[in-house]
Write a protein that binds this ligand. Structure first.
Ligand SMILES: Nc1ncnc2c1ncn2[C@@H]1O[C@H](COP(=O)(O)OP(=O)(O)OP(=O)(O)O)[C@@H](O)[C@H]1O
Ligand SMILES: Cc1cn([C@H]2C[C@H](O)[C@@H](COP(=O)(O)O)O2)c(=O)[nH]c1=O
Length: 247
């Protein structure tokens, strides 16, 4: 998105349970207090069509058809999400905060799903249609710690009440199982994903900011805010109504 447009697109990436939803919620609150109009969303999902596909992907119902099939479903969901929600929100001058985006496909289906790079790139080009995040926050921590957090979050709750099954603005979205099909994979695979995210961040230093997620919620939130300030439109907050409603 051109920097003379007030809209911004910020994605959060990282392994399981690293605190993406927590930080998006806190950042959205902070930005709204500053007067920005904020849209929070997530992948897979974020639009009615994509939310329908989310359930198929996360239950593992598509797994038996192979990684190409799953990756194509992720891309179909993303294309709808971009067209129906993300691009219109950015064009409307909103700050869009998205929980996972194209880098999750690069890592989960590409690096650990053994999908050929040209297949991943072709899907990405179709789904994004020219859009790229202004900033990607990578929350990094040992996979074991993130998984433990995710499991502690999920365990005491029934599948129907999982905190985090929906993100702000997605209430009423289809319920997902307590742990998704990817989360259940071996620790070694999750460690490979961690390294693949770090490699992506190193290869695109202008887009990525990597933050140590093995700190207090507050310390991470401060680091996130500093990173986000570098891409926010200067002076835009003064011209926007305080407390703008995100979806
Ligand atoms: N800095 C932190 N320290 C300790 N616990 C945390 C921290 N940040 C988040 N948590 C807790 O860890 C759990 C996972 O956090 P959260 O749901 O935000 O992660 P996530 O990255 O969105 O997870 P997922 O990958 O499963 O979507 C939650 O119970 C949350 O309250
Ligand atoms: C966008 C995207 C996601 N995934 C995987 C990563 C996670 O295991 C789940 C999403 O669940 P979350 O815990 O609610 O973040 O889906 C993927 O494999 N490929 C993707 O493109």
């Amino acid at each position: 998105m051109p920097y003379n447009s007030p809209g911004r697109f910020i994605t959060f990436e990282g392994g399981e349970g690293v605190g993406k939803s927590t930080q998006i919620r806190l950042l959205a609150q902070k930005l709204r207090q500053k007067g920005f109009d904020v849209t929070t969303t997530r992948e897979p999902g974020g639009s009615p069509g994509a939310e329908a596909v989310r359930h198929v992907l996360l239950t593992g119902a598509a797994e038996e058809f192979g990684t190409r099939f799953e990756a194509t479903l992720f891309a179909a969901a993303r294309a709808d999400h971009v067209a129906q929600v993300i691009r219109p929100a950015i064009e409307d001058g909103r700050v869009v905060l998205c929980d996972r985006f194209m880098d999750s496909t690069r890592v989960y289906q590409g690096a650990t799903g053994n999908l050929e790079a040209n297949f991943v790139h072709a899907l990405e080009r179709l789904a994004l249609n020219g859009l790229t995040p202004d900033l990607t926050i990578l929350l990094d921590m040992p996979a074991e710690t993130g998984l433990a957090r995710a499991r502690a979050r999920d365990e005491p709750k029934s599948p129907d009440t999982r905190d985090g099954a929906t993100v702000s603005g997605q209430e009423g979205a289809p319920v997902v199982p307590v742990s998704d099909r990817f989360e259940r994979e071996d620790l070694a695979i999750h460690e490979t994903r961690r390294q693949a995210f770090l490699d992506l961040a190193e290869s695109e230093p202008d887009r990525f900011r990597t933050i140590d997620a093995d700190q207090s919620v507050e310390a991470i939130a401060s680091a996130v805010l500093i990173a986000v300030h570098s891409v926010l439109p200067k002076g835009a907050q003064a011209s926007r109504k305080a407390g703008g409603q995100g979806t």
